[in-house]
Design a protein around this ligand. Sequence first.
Ligand SMILES: Cc1cc2nc3c(=O)[nH]c(=O)nc-3n(C[C@H](O)[C@H](O)[C@H](O)COP(=O)(O)OP(=O)(O)OC[C@H]3O[C@@H](n4cnc5c(N)ncnc54)[C@H](O)[C@@H]3O)c2cc1C
Length: 439
Amino acid sequence: MTYAWKLEAEAGLDGIPVYTDESTVEKLSKDFYWYSPVLDKKLKDKKADAIIAPRSESEVEAALVFACRHRLPLTVRGAGTGNYGQAIPLEGGIVLDLSGLDRIIEIGAGYARVQCGVKLGALEKKAREEGQELRIYPSTYAKATVGGFVCGGSGGVGSIAWGNLWDGNVLGAVVYTMEERPRRLEIEGTDLFDYIHNYGTTGIMTEVVLPLAPRRDWMQTVIEFDDFESALRFGEALARDGSVPKRLVTPIEWPLPSFFLPLRKVLMPNKSVVFAETDGSSLPQLERLAAEFGGGVGHVIPPEMYRKSIGLSDFTWNHTTLWALKADPAHTYLQAGFAPDRYLEQLRTLKGVFGDELLMHFEWVLGGGQLLPNALPVVRFTTEERLYEIIGTCRSIGVEIYDPHTWLLDNGGRGAVPGMRLRKKLNDPLGLLNPGKIG
Ligand SMILES: Cc1cc2nc3c(=O)[nH]c(=O)nc-3n(C[C@H](O)[C@H](O)[C@H](O)COP(=O)(O)OP(=O)(O)OC[C@H]3O[C@@H](n4cnc5c(N)ncnc54)[C@H](O)[C@@H]3O)c2cc1C
């Protein structure tokens, strides 16, 4: 069916690009939801009626006015690398592609002010040229946008030192409301909690201020162990060692490393590993610590090769799932928070019950000031019932699961915060922003 509003949009929205052809609409209506076989089944037929791709704040405003006038659902898209169908329109309408707002506005001492569509990789490169770097970024940094990370992500490389998005890693944002006369809000401080990880439901972020850290020369190291528990205990010791500056400490259970095809030549068979990004001068400390836990340093990528070859972070965080999926599409994953004081005991219980149905890799993260053993277990998927049985067992022994098999806003495991629901009513009174995502 061709709607009158669609004809009006196709006729031209003051020169703002509008796409209604099947292949563009299909492509820009989808994200990486298919990592979940549960979401794959439920979301594969969902798509927008049209894509609007503004290139400036004023074009964003014009698109919002248009959508509001016609009462059209509107779902924002950055790069579409989210895993939970966050950027998939459940009720059709418009996908607002903000990748064209890609200007780095200003880099100052300790901060960057950027438009929301700037890619994190481009920002990291520019900041490093100027002696600074991002504090945290997802392993998808090459493609992912700043707005998409702030509104749909949680943490990543750097979170071991700086925490997640909620830990002071967003300094400010410009947000537009979804009203016939959209308001332009400048948000700072604790008010940001109504917008971080909001899936674009409480407002549209056009500009973001991110904090920057002083640039370091990072060395990437593979540390090898005969068993996964030793890798984990080494990982904890390294995570807690304040004398080694670090960006990444990822213990990975064998056979997951066997899926990392580009690293095949440099990884030893049958070894669990820790992938680390630490200060370029820290090799002697890593060697000493590895020996204490019965392991040894294997492959090393020196600082001068940083970003000049495939990086170790391309195999960490949710990239591990990607390599597992490439090896066997029957894999999927979970997001888990283990208890810092008994994570080894919890791990033993889960491995005892599930064996290789769950393959483990951990990410040490500084959440709310405490070092936390988070994990993204790779799951050999059979049925949805079995998946939720595994989730149930995890929860029953105190392992928190932030369910990645739902599109409902989970807020990094916090649920939609009450402030967010109120903010949605105030900023989106017609309920048009990404409908169906706040449960
Ligand atoms: C292999 C792989 C690895 C990953 N690793 C990580 C990781 O390490 N850490 C992590 O946190 N995530 C990770 N992710 C998830 C995702 O890549 C990141 O969260 C990424 O930052 C999302 O950015 P994006 O531009 O692709 O956002 P999108 O997917 O386009 O959008 C994400 C959500 O934000 C909303 N949104 C986007 N832009 C705006 C805006 N300007 N205003 C309001 N709402 C907006 C969208 O509607 C959507 O709900 C991974 C995903 C994959 C596939």
